[in-house]
Design a protein around this ligand. Structure first.
Ligand SMILES: Nc1nc2c(ncn2[C@@H]2O[C@H](COP(=O)(O)OP(=O)(O)OP(=O)(O)O)[C@@H](O)[C@H]2O)c(=O)[nH]1
Length: 381
C-alpha cells in the first residue's frame, strides 16, 4: 500500500454518524468473502429476493476471477430488482487503485439515488485485508460510504482441508515464508479478517465435524460472530449481513475465553489487558501501535532471524483517567483510536481495558510484556 513515510493515515470515525446538514448520512457497505463454492452467490441471491424494505445494491462477480473487469450490480427494493453494470477500470475492484471502487459506487449512487446498503462480493481468492481499507476512509476525504463489516462464508465440508492445503497459500505476501511455519492460506486470511463467519453447507457434515470446524475458526478469529447455515439461509439480515457495526462497537471483547485457543498453528487471537490510562500513557499506546503495525517492530524485542509477526485485525477498549471510554480498531496497518461513539455507553460492559490482536506468529512474541513495558501501570485513582 502506498503510504508516505509517516505511515498510514490515522483515521477518524469509522462511520455511523448521525445525519445533519454538515454530515450527510453515509451508506454502509459489507464485504462478503469466502472460498470458491462456499455459498456466496446463494446468499446474495437470497437477499435479492427477500423482503426487507431496503434499497440494497449487491455487487457480484459475474465473470469469475480472471475476467473480472465489470461487476454486475443489482439494486433491490421490495422485491423489484434492476440490474446494472459497473466499470471498475482495469482489473477487479479488489486490486484496482484505492479510490476506483469507491468512485464507481459513488457515481452509481448519483445516477440511481442513494442506496440504503451495499453488499460487495469478492472473488473466491480475494484477501479482504486488501479491500477493507478502501472503504474505511477518513471523514476528511469526504467518502459517502463506510465499512460496516466483513462477512466470510465457509464450506463446512471443505474448510478444514482448505486451511491445511499448501496449494491455497496466499501469494504476494512477504510473511508467507513457509520455511518458518505452517502455510497461511487464503481461507486463513478470509477468516482472520471476518467480523461474521457463516459456516454454510452444514447439511453435509455431522455434529462432530461441525464442532471441529467451529473450534478451528474460533481459534483463528476469536472476535468473529459465528453462524451455521444450510443453503446460506440466515434467520434474519440484521447482525448477519446488515447493520454489523463492526468498526464502531467492541462488544465481542467481553466474550469469555477470548484468545485462549491455539488449535490453528498459523493464525491466532491474543488478548492483552489495558490499564486505565493518563494522556501520557495513551500517547505511549499510540506510539506502540504505530511501531507494531506500521514498522513491524515490537518494542523491547530484539529482532532475530525467526519469522516476523503479521497482524491482520486489532480491536480494543480502554478507559482514560478522566473516565472516557475509548475504542481501538485496526485492519492491517491502518488503525484508529476514538471515543466510544454511542452517547449512552453500554452499562453491561465491564470497565476492563483490553487489546485483542489477530494475526500470524503472534504466539512467538511476548506482546503482553512489550505493551505493559511501554504503557506502564494504571495511575493512582
Ligand atoms: N449441499 C449444499 N449445497 C449448497 C449449500 N449452499 C450452496 N450450495 C451449492 O453449492 C454450490 C456453490 O454455491 P455458490 O453460492 O455458487 O458459491 P459461491 O461461494 O458463490 O461460489 P464461487 O462463485 O465459485 O466463489 C451451488 O451449487 C449451490 O447450490 C448448502 O448449504 N448445502
Amino acid at each position: 500500500m502506498d503510504w508516505d513515510d509517516e505511515g498510514p493515515p490515522d483515521l477518524v470515525g469509522a462511520g455511523g454518524e448521525l445525519a445533519s446538514e454538515e454530515t450527510p448520512v453515509k451508506v454502509p457497505i459489507t464485504i462478503v468473502t469466502g472460498y470458491l463454492g462456499a455459498g456466496k452467490t446463494t446468499l446474495l441471491n437470497y437477499i435479492l429476493t427477500a423482503e426487507h424494505g431496503k434499497k440494497i445494491a449487491v455487487i457480484m462477480n459475474e465473470f469469475g476471477d480472471s475476467l473480472d473487469i465489470e461487476k454486475s450490480l443489482t439494486i433491490n427494493k421490495d422485491g423489484e430488482s434492476v440490474e446494472e453494470w459497473m466499470e471498475v477500470g482495469n482489473g477487479c475492484i479488489c486490486c484496482s487503485v484505492k479510490d476506483t471502487g469507491v468512485a464507481a459506487i459513488e457515481s452509481l449512487m448519483e445516477k440511481k439515488g442513494k442506496f440504503d446498503y451495499i453488499l460487495l462480493e469478492t472473488t473466491g481468492l480475494a484477501d479482504p485485508g486488501n479491500i477493507a481499507p478502501m472503504f474505511w476512509m477518513d471523514d476528511g476525504l469526504g467518502s459517502t460510504i463506510y465499512l460496516d463489516g466483513i462477512v466470510t462464508l465457509v464450506d463446512a465440508k471443505n474448510i478444514l482441508r482448505s486451511l491445511d492445503d499448501p496449494a491455497g497459500k496466499v501469494e504476494g505476501h512477504e510473511e508467507t515464508d513457509d520455511a518458518h511455519g505452517p502455510v497461511m492460506t487464503t481461507a486463513h486470511v478470509q477468516i482472520s479478517h471476518a467480523d461474521v463467519v457463516v459456516i454454510n453447507k452444514s447439511d453435509l457434515v455431522s455434529e462432530l465435524e461441525l464442532q471441529a470446524v467451529r473450534d478451528r475458526i474460533e481459534s483463528i478469529n476469536g472476535l468473529a460472530k459465528i453462524f451455521v447455515t444450510s443453503q446460506s439461509v440466515v434467520p434474519h439480515l440484521e447482525g448477519f449481513l446488515l447493520d454489523l457495526h463492526a468498526y464502531d462497537s467492541v462488544k465481542e471483547l467481553d466474550r469469555p475465553g477470548l484468545g485462549h485457543s491455539h488449535i490453528d498453528k498459523t493464525i491466532s487471537t491474543i488478548s492483552i489487558p489495558l490499564p486505565i490510562m493518563t494522556e501520557t500513557q495513551q500517547s505511549a499506546l499510540d506510539a506502540w501501535l504505530r511501531s507494531v503495525l506500521w514498522e513491524n517492530v515490537l518494542p523491547g524485542h530484539t529482532p532475530s532471524d525467526g519469522p516476523a509477526y503479521d497482524i491482520h485485525r486489532v480491536k480494543g477498549r480502554f478507559f482514560a483517567h478522566d473516565g472516557r471510554e475509548k475504542f481501538i480498531q485496526g485492519v492491517r496497518e491502518i488503525f484508529d483510536v476514538f471515543d466510544n461513539p454511542s452517547e449512552q455507553p453500554d452499562p453491561d460492559v465491564s470497565r476492563v481495558g483490553k487489546l485483542v490482536l489477530i494475526g500470524r506468529h503472534l504466539d512467538r512474541f511476548d506482546f503482553g510484556k512489550s505493551l505493559a513495558d511501554a504503557v506502564g501501570e494504571a495511575p493512582p485513582t
